[in-house]
Every structure is written in structure tokens, then in C-alpha cells.
Design a protein around this ligand. Structure first.
Ligand SMILES: *Cc1c(COP(=O)(O)O)cnc(C)c1O
Length: 446
């Protein structure tokens, strides 16, 4: 209990720190740290005040730094929703920065010296890359779904298969957004089977749209039947396909056994409108990409909600540069694609290299493990990608303790657990990440 009386006064402590850090932050950090320290003394968890200054300084840093920060994704989940989905390419980030810190021709036509359209910068690129007649871009794909339904089906009926009334995550449910858009949902078929005749029977004078939704985060196997978007065209009504992840490439051409068609493949079949996210398989910034027949896209643009859902200039810059990388065929520069397309041999080599470096550490046991990673982000749910991980365990820490310490390190490392090991999946680690991982584990393992 004497220790309690030895705690320095707040004003004394403030003197120590306020030269170096803002006073308000120092005060709060001191108050919070002293509170914690008192508790620890009372409960017998603390026998000295030796580390008091270090604790206060640590708290000051925590309070001064941004809450949003870079983390190292060692989960192997490429489009990791919790960790920010798609990282941007270096070239893309640099261009975003250039546009961010200066003025730009965002809404200015330099040739004519007149007001221009902000979306003109990406519309042509999108059409060129997908073969679509016209393109529109909004804030995200949820916004795209809302805008399409609100524009084309307000107060009217939209026919959807029961097997596609999905929840995407973060409480985003297709039926909810349909209701919010003012469209009337007409469900057809059953969870596992829906036929063309089901749609046909549901169509009436009030039907505005037939909608297909990509299941994104699960897949069905067994006694299942669904109608392809192109088959719906035979019913003579506009067809809208929410493709969810929306790839610009046909991933099958790259050896990925994906069922998902690309934007171009779907457009080619004559589907009137398609939409997808900019930060899933496309590997760009968050955006909702809408492609399709010019007359429909024209209507979307005229909807006042387009303004409420419009993208900002940073997103626009990121999207344009990402699309340019596609146009140049520089796919390997797009991190999401690069990570997805790594071969198992390459991953094995990288895992072995990381393992070799970690084996120098006395307290950590290291293994190279063959495992499977997921694409994530509601894309390619049917796919398990062969990968290689470095499995580690600490001689004096449990795997849950180790997982937590990694998560709380600087920078934080998010790993996954499997049996008695903490797994670091090299698929989602860059070379720079690997260096950081070695450094952080170096503190922990020596
Ligand atoms: C992910 C997804 C959405 C939502 O897209 P956001 O860009 O996250 O708004 C909508 N529909 C489907 C089918 C999806 O997979």
C-alpha cells in the first residue's frame, strides 16, 4: 500500500512530458495510466513504479496516433473485408496522392475550357475494358443496387429467385435494400431450385425488372438449379445482374477454377445492366461499377440519388489508374490479382524463406505447412487456393496469447490459428510485411 503514496503528482508528471507532447493528451494519458496503476497496486498485481514513465509515454503515443492504421494481413484471405478489402497498387496510390494534394480537371474539360463531367475520366475506360455501351460509377455496389432499383423499378415489381436473397455481410441484405429503393420484391422458386418457368409465371404488367444476384459468400452444391442471366433475356424484360465481386478478367484464363464470369462475358450475352464492387476482384478502390445499355445508364445518371451516391475525386483517381493498369495488361501490379494468382511453388518457396529466418529465434518453433487460403470479400466462395504457411509456436506462450501479442504489435499482425500453431499465410504478405514480421517476432522470440 506504500506504493500508492509513492505515485508522483500529476503536475510533476506533466512537467516531464509536456515539452515533448501536447498538454491535453499528456493530461489524459497520465490520468488514465495512474488510474490503471492504482488498480493494479490495490489488487496486488504491481510491486513497483519503475515502468511508470514508459507506460505514460506508451499511452500518449496511442492517443496521438491515428486510430486507423496499416496492419499486416497474415490470414491469407486476399479480399479481407475486416482488413480493408483490396490494397491499391503502388502506382495507383501515388496517383491518388498527386490528385489529392493539388487541383485537377475533375469537372473541367481542358480541350473546350468548359465545365466537364467527373465520370468522363473512367466511363470510356470501363466501356473499352468490358464492351459495355455505357458505364456509371457510384460510391459502392450497395449504392449501385439501390440506384438501379430506385431508378428502374420504383413502385414496380422486381422478380428475384429465393436462392439469391442473400445477406452479404455487415447487415447488408438484398431484400432490405430492395425495399428501401421502393421496388416491390417478387420472390420465385425455392432456396435450391429456380427455373425459367418460375420467373415466367411471376411476370405481370407491374414487372419492371428481372434481377439476378451473385451469391458471393456461399455456394450451393447437390440438388440445385438456377437460371442464367442470359436465359432470363428470353422473357423480354430488362435483366439486371448484381455480380458482386465483378472481375474485369476471365480468371479461368489464369488457371483459377472460378465459376464467376467476368463483366465482359456477361455484357456480351446481352444482359441489360450489371453491377459490381471496385474493391473486390477488380482490386481497385471502393466503388460501385454499373455497366450496360446506354438508355438505362442515361436514366440512372438523371436520378437525383446519383448525386448523393457519387464518388469523390480520390476514388476516381484510384479507379482510373487501376483501370489503366488493366488496359496496359499490367495485372501483376494489382495486389489483389497478384496475391490470387501466385503459384503454390512460389508460395512454398516464400514460406520456406520466412521459416529459415524465424528458425534463428530461440523461443519459437517453426514449421512450413501446406494449407488453403480463401479469396474472401464475397468472391469465389467455392474456391480453396492451395497455399503455404509458416506455422509457429512459442515455448512459453499459448497460441492465443501469441495471436493477441501479434495483433497488438506495431504494426499489428493478424494471423490465424490452426490446431496448436499460429499460421502466417505468405499469400497475403508482401516482402516488406515479411521483414516486419521477422522484426516483431524477433522481440517476442529471443
Ligand atoms: C459485396 C456485394 C455487394 C455490396 O457491395 P459493396 O461494394 O460492398 O457495397 C452487393 N451485392 C453483392 C452480390 C455483393 O457480393
Amino acid at each position: 500500500m506504500n506504493l500508492l503514496r509513492e505515485i508522483p503528482q500529476v503536475s510533476k508528471l506533466l512537467e516531464v512530458f509536456k515539452e515533448k507532447y501536447p498538454e491535453a493528451i499528456c493530461k489524459r494519458a497520465i490520468r488514465e495510466t495512474l488510474e490503471k496503476v492504482r488498480q493494479e497496486i490495490k489488487t496486488g498485481k504491481r510491486q513497483s513504479l519503475e515502468d511508470l514513465h514508459a507506460l505514460i509515454e506508451k499511452r500518449i503515443r496511442e492517443l496521438s496516433y491515428t486510430r486507423l492504421k496499416r496492419v499486416i494481413n497474415a490470414t491469407g484471405v486476399v479480399i479481407n473485408t475486416n482488413l480493408g478489402r483490396s490494397p491499391l497498387a503502388k502506382e495507383v496510390a501515388e496517383f491518388v496522392k498527386e490528385i489529392a494534394i493539388g487541383y485537377s480537371n475533375l469537372e473541367y474539360d481542358l480541350e473546350r475550357g468548359k465545365r466537364g463531367s467527373r465520370l468522363s475520366h473512367v466511363e470510356e475506360l470501363l466501356c473499352e475494358l468490358t464492351g459495355a455501351e455505357a458505364a456509371h460509377v457510384v460510391n459502392n455496389n450497395a449504392g449501385a443496387v439501390y440506384l438501379v432499383l430506385n431508378t428502374l423499378a420504383f413502385g414496380k415489381e422486381v422478380v428475384v429467385s429465393r436462392g439469391e436473397l442473400v445477406e452479404i455481410g455487415g447487415s447488408f441484405r438484398i431484400p432490405d435494400i430492395m425495399r428501401a429503393s421502393g421496388a416491390k420484391l417478387v420472390e420465385v422458386g425455392t432456396t435450391n431450385r429456380t427455373r425459367l418457368s418460375d420467373y415466367e409465371k411471376a411476370v405481370g404488367p407491374e414487372t419492371a425488372l428481372l434481377m439476378k444476384v451473385h451469391r458471393s459468400n456461399f455456394y450451393m452444391d447437390g440438388f440445385v438449379e438456377e437460371v442464367k442471366p442470359e436465359e432470363l433475356l428470353s422473357l423480354g424484360l430488362p435483366v439486371y445482374y448484381d455480380m458482386g465481386s465483378g472481375s474485369l478478367l476471365s480468371l479461368r484464363d489464369f488457371g483459377i477454377r472460378a465459376e464467376e464470369p467476368s463483366f465482359a462475358e456477361t455484357i456480351k450475352k446481352g444482359v441489360h445492366i450489371v453491377s459490381g464492387s471496385g474493391d473486390k476482384l477488380l482490386g481497385g478502390p471502393q466503388a460501385g461499377i454499373i455497366l450496360g445499355k446506354a438508355d438505362f445508364i442515361q436514366k440512372l445518371r438523371k436520378n437525383p440519388m446519383s448525386r448523393a451516391l457519387r464518388i469523390d475525386k480520390l476514388t476516381l483517381a484510384g479507379l482510373e489508374m487501376t483501370l489503366r493498369l488493366y488496359l496496359r495488361g499490367e495485372y501483376e501490379k494489382i495486389p489483389t490479382l497478384r496475391m490470387l494468382l501466385q503459384s503454390p511453388e512460389e508460395l512454398k518457396k516464400r514460406a520456406k524463406k520466412l521459416a529459415r529466418r524465424l528458425r534463428q529465434l530461440k523461443s519459437i518453433e517453426v514449421f512450413v505447412i501446406r494449407d488453403f487460403s480463401r479469396c474472401g470479400g464475397g468472391a469465389l466462395p467455392e474456391l480453396s487456393l492451395e497455399t503455404y504457411c509458416v506455422g509457429i509456436r512459442h515455448k512459453n506462450l499459448s497460441i492465443t496469447e501469441m495471436e493477441r501479442l501479434l495483433r497488438e504489435s506495431e504494426p499489428p499482425i493478424v494471423a490465424r490459428l490452426k490446431q496448436d500453431l499460429v499460421l502466417l499465410d505468405v499469400r497475403t504478405l508482401t516482402e516488406e510485411d515479411v521483414r516486419e514480421v521477422v522484426k516483431v517476432l524477433g522481440f517476442m522470440g529471443n
